[in-house]
Design a protein around this ligand. Sequence first.
Ligand code: NAG
Ligand code: NAG
Ligand code: NAG
Ligand code: NAG
Ligand code: NAG
Ligand code: NAG
Ligand code: NAG
Length: 672
Amino acid sequence: MPLLLFLLLLFFTPLIHATAAGEFTFHGFTASNFSLNGLTQITSNGLLLLTNNTKEALGHAFYPAPINFNNSSRLGSATPSFSTTFVFAIVPQYPDVGGHGLAFAITPWKDLPGSMPSQHLGLLSDSDNGNSSNHLIAIELDTVKTIEYNDIDNNHVGIDVNSLISLNSSTVGYYKSMMGDFTKLNLMAGDALQVWINYDADNTRLDVRIAPAKTPKPAAPLVSSTVNLSHVALNEMYVGFSASTGAGSARHYVLGWSFSLDGEAQALDLSRLPSIPKKGNTKKGTSVIVIVGLALAGFSLLLILVLSILFFCHKRRKKFQEVREDWELEYGPHRIPYVELYKATKGFNETNLVGSGGFGRVYKGVMPKSRAEVAIKRISHNSKQGIREFVSEIASMSRLRHRNLVQLLGYCRRQGELLLVYDFMKNGSLDKFLFEGKEPSLSWDQRFKIIKDVAAGLLYLHEGWEQVVIHRDIKASNVLLDDNLGGKLSDFGLARLYDHGSNPKTTHIVGTLGYLAPEFSKTGKATTCTDVFAFGAFLLEVVCGRRPMEFSSGHEDVPGLVELVTEWWEKGRIVEAIDPNMNGSFNVEEAELVLKLGLLCSHPEPTTRPSMRQVAQYLGNTARMPDMPLASLGGSIRFASFDVFSNDFGASFPSTAEVTSDHQSSTPTNSH
Ligand SMILES: *[C@@H]1O[C@H](CO)[C@@H](O)[C@H](O)[C@H]1NC(C)=O
Ligand SMILES: *[C@@H]1O[C@H](CO)[C@@H](O)[C@H](O)[C@H]1NC(C)=O
Ligand SMILES: *[C@@H]1O[C@H](CO)[C@@H](O)[C@H](O)[C@H]1NC(C)=O
Ligand SMILES: *[C@@H]1O[C@H](CO)[C@@H](O)[C@H](O)[C@H]1NC(C)=O
Ligand SMILES: *[C@@H]1O[C@H](CO)[C@@H](O)[C@H](O)[C@H]1NC(C)=O
Ligand SMILES: *[C@@H]1O[C@H](CO)[C@@H](O)[C@H](O)[C@H]1NC(C)=O
Ligand SMILES: *[C@@H]1O[C@H](CO)[C@@H](O)[C@H](O)[C@H]1NC(C)=O
């Protein structure tokens, strides 16, 4: 008898499996039995939460049974058509600063082995991107513009086949009618949005639509592609979701999902979907009750209370007073109340002080509500003019997002003081590792990765954003290292603060000696070329483990790093310039490439320097660096380095220095 039952089961199970696997609907995921991976969890009210606010992480959730994508085993001869719809929401940790996004995926592997977070969306990695043995079909809802993958913006839907470079993509929105009438949507608004994906096997056409939940399915698709999935799908495929976070984070939710092979997916009943937790908190009411109670208890008592509250509020307001002007209203989301920063740093306690650089003191803090670790930079600033322009830049910079930039989360303004809030980086700045010898010395691979990271971050500033952002102060101490020793550029654009409102006759140049391009000290104009020059100096210091200029107390000529490297090169022993702390274990070709690239970037003639895009290509080995005629070049580099740095500015400049551009006098100021 049990044997018979067993045989019956064996016989019928595949059948039940096949019909059940081709079609399903979930309103909430409490009883779903999905394969979860990474950060994914099912919340108590049934939401599928792919990622919480953990950074640089991913989450997967796949329907547990494979779907049969081979039609020939059933009737026809090709991949079947399919249709699916789901409702999702992305709730960023900070307004406009999200994770990387969410994707619907069809793949042969439930756990997507080797997949990476951040720009890879938990789907692929750098090594397998574009490989046809991925057998991956994905619809990405991407909230970060990744230049390497030709992303069009930081709010798009894309159709991906085996690669994160989309076949077709579009800014998120929907067409209300076939005639056009496009309405834009924001993926990161935290609202529930519904997606419909239809694949028509006869016409090999994949259509994607998106609309706010409770809006009917749009008439026209937002993006479509012609792709024969028979060439991509294997016989058995898993369907589900992937999401990732990067330097910024977000909660990625799926509320409900329905899928069907060969037929329209069952419509979702939106009233049965679990709800997304509300943002913010509501703590009113209790204080009202207290006051009413006290009023009943006695008018005099109330009077005393009110007076003391007024007194307390007055004191408190003075303590936490901020400067706010009408024009700042539009930057609302990026303005952080001083009181929160005060709490985060235990009142800017000395024990929270983690550094004091050229621009002011830096405190570590933990934000009271989100418990996020932040670095708070306190900058004293006296000039009234220019602050408006600067704050507008700050606000637009907090929309800059790249994994190789330290995320600016917001700002706060007080009398004579500006506070900038950044993501906190545990490992601190690169210069500590390179020059102070406190930390273990970095290996060649670590250095090369940091170099490529910084190049990617700078390329994004120069080309990836709607406007060109000049960093103005690239150097090892402005490169911070994350938990995995990945490099992130910080302080971009900060030098600008000292540009605004300064006397036009004595244009102040802000930057750091040894990194200032020769034309910059003449014209005082920062360009992408002056950034590339500083990047060249940075390359040399990372490889050589020395600062670009070692300053001595006297006025004698101390050779700069550019000169030293050029000299070794002339002798045909460029490798001798490499940091001895690596004990000779490095990749000679890579190190030589970086040194030569450092010299090319440090070329005195701005037009000879490569662009950051070219730099990234040389480093990524996708383009060959032009051969430099050393004979002509070496001399001019040396001349330039002497001309600009050694003779005029012999004094000691430990960090950010302010110098006047007319070469008559130099004012060594190390603190602002
Ligand atoms: C996110 O979830 C993981 C595991 O599910 C947990 O360990 C971690 O503490 C959570 N982080 C946050 C910021 O909620
Ligand atoms: C959940 O899915 C797994 C994998 O398909 C299966 O082995 C298991 O029996 C399922 N459990 C339940 C309770 O459905
Ligand atoms: C699909 O299934 C049929 C029958 O089971 C099999 O012969 C065929 O090779 C399969 N197609 C592919 C692409 O594997
Ligand atoms: C796939 O099989 C279904 C029946 O199961 C059939 O209606 C459909 O036309 C087939 N599709 C193709 C492309 O062969
Ligand atoms: C594609 O992936 C397969 C399997 O992982 C691997 O053998 C092959 O070398 C990869 N092809 C390329 C071009 O990387
Ligand atoms: C898609 O590719 C399969 C396998 O090569 C082929 O049999 C089928 O006819 C193609 N479909 C269309 C519509 O071209
Ligand atoms: C991209 O999708 C749009 C909207 O469906 C469509 O009009 C366009 O032709 C598609 N482009 C490509 C290259 O498939």
